[in-house]
Write a new protein. Structure first.
Length: 250
């Protein structure tokens, strides 16, 4: 059994004398692990940092074995994000959520294809890709079978004036429909429905609450697992930016 494919490093855990068990996200093979000999050594440690884009080669005698993994660096995302706390928080969140939410070796090509440009463009400034990351979380939920319906009002079918999301059904609601239950519903930032709309930290914080609710309840809660700490850290960092002094879009 053998394949070569582009991959995103999701995590790397030291094993034995300098080895590392590396988890990748690939388009055709999904979340896939392998043993990188010398992966924790000085020569290779930088290669297997979470977020890096690599050209990976995996080989095993049998399909269900861990297999041996090697690779070449394509884009050093981790190093480029190191100086930007928001970029690093977003990178950590994306890799951890993917590593813990996606089933092993189950292809989700749309999730992979949407995450690659986010990581590739992170060096331009995290603010530019935060909206794309939040749309990626919506996509991830859909791929896992927990899709949100943000296109129309659950009660009327209207596509305009949608302001809230039901925390139970994940369906959008028009402002007048949501009003009596607003304290129990999740505010819906406009950009989460229409990616062409501008957004700022307050919108991102609201979107993180929407996707975070369903990630916690469905992607992780059904498996009795907590929300990853890295995802919580990203939400905290965005919430700080959304405070009164930092509400201007951008």
């Amino acid at each position: 059994m053998e394949w070569t494919a582009p991959g995103i490093v999701l995590e790397a855990r030291p094993l034995g004398e300098g080895g590392a068990v590396v988890t990748l996200l690939t388009e055709e093979h999904g979340r896939h692990g392998g043993l990188a000999k010398g992966g924790a050594s000085r020569a290779q440690a930088a290669l297997w940092l979470p977020g890096n884009l690599v050209d990976a080669h995996w080989v095993a005698r049998l399909a269900d074995q861990l297999g041996a993994l090697s690779g070449e660096l394509v884009h050093p995302t981790a190093a480029l994000a190191m100086e930007d706390p928001l970029a690093l928080a977003l990178l950590s969140s994306a890799c951890t959520v993917a590593a813990e939410a996606l089933p092993e070796r189950e292809p989700h090509p749309a999730v992979f294809r949407a995450l690659v440009p986010i990581l590739a463009h992170l060096q331009r400034g995290a603010e530019e890709v935060v909206p794309d990351y939040l749309h990626w979380e919506v996509l991830l939920l859909s791929e896992l079978g927990y899709g949100l319906d943000l296109a129309r009002c659950a009660m009327t079918g209207d596509t305009e004036g949608l302001t809230h999301v039901s925390p139970k059904s994940g369906r959008a609601a028009r402002a007048d429909i949501a009003a009596p239950y607003a304290d129990r519903m999740l505010p819906l930032p406009p950009f989460l429905r229409d990616a062409s709309l501008p957004s700022g930290p307050a919108d991102w914080a609201a979107a993180l609450r929407v996707t975070g609710h369903f990630l916690a309840r469905d992607a992780f809660g059904t498996r009795h697992r907590p929300m990853p700490a890295a995802r919580e850290a990203l939400a905290d960092r965005i919430a700080t930016r959304a405070e009164p002094a930092g509400q201007a879009p951008g």
